[in-house]
Design a protein around this ligand. Structure first.
Ligand code: NI
Length: 193
């Protein structure tokens, strides 16, 4: 039986689910495979580099990433990390980050340049890996989601001051897990009621 993947509503800044510490995945069953399919589909549809389960209202420790994907010239190559653990980090890497749950906002965040981590894949097999630079940043960003942390928690006070109004605007749309509104992306589209 084949079921088409679903586009899941993405929670936005202000939604309580984004602030919860997610719970370990216990069953590597068909239900999990479906969650993984739906999350991967949603990440690509929303042009995300990563998506954590609690961003789509599932309070579980998993996320999907694909750093290389762009619609034009590369094949999707999603990596699903279940019950991930970042075991060590070193160095410093700073880049501008964004988040599907904080649409339209970008700011610099300092993170480790190199990390060691482990995770389980959807088949239940454990992996031990290292990453650096951009990939390490993406993994740290998604890992933070699972602990209720957003990238805007880690930016400078000055940068936070600059985006305060935008954050308030997003918060006003965050009613009980409502989907991202397209007009948040486009400043030219007038705000609807
Ligand atoms: Ni994010």
């Amino acid at each position: 039986m084949s079921v088409l993947p679903k586009l899941l509503p993405v929670r936005v800044y202000g939604d309580a689910m984004l602030r919860m510490k997610a719970l370990p995945v216990r069953n590597f069953d068909e239900k999990l495979q479906k969650i993984v399919r739906d999350m991967t589909h949603t990440m690509y549809e929303r042009d995300g580099v990563g998506l954590a389960a609690n961003q789509v209202g599932l309070n579980q420790r998993l996320f999907v990433i694909d750093m290389d994907y762009s619609r034009e010239d590369s094949e999707p190559n999603p990596v699903v990390m279940i019950n991930p653990v970042i075991k060590a980090g070193e160095g410093e890497y700073e880049m501008e980050e964004g988040c599907l749950s904080v649409p339209g906002i970008y700011a610099k965040v300092k993170r480790f340049n190199r990390i060691k981590y482990s995770y389980f894949d959807p088949a239940g097999e454990e992996h031990e890996e290292e990453a650096e630079g951009y990939k390490a940043v993406v993994i740290q960003h998604e890992y933070d989601h699972l602990n209720g942390i957003l990238f805007v928690d880690k930016i400078s006070k000055l940068a936070l001051l600059k985006i305060k109004r935008k954050l308030k605007m997003i918060m006003s749309t965050a009613v009980d897990g409502k989907n991202i509104r397209e007009d948040i992306y486009d400043p030219n589209v007038p705000k609807k009621g």
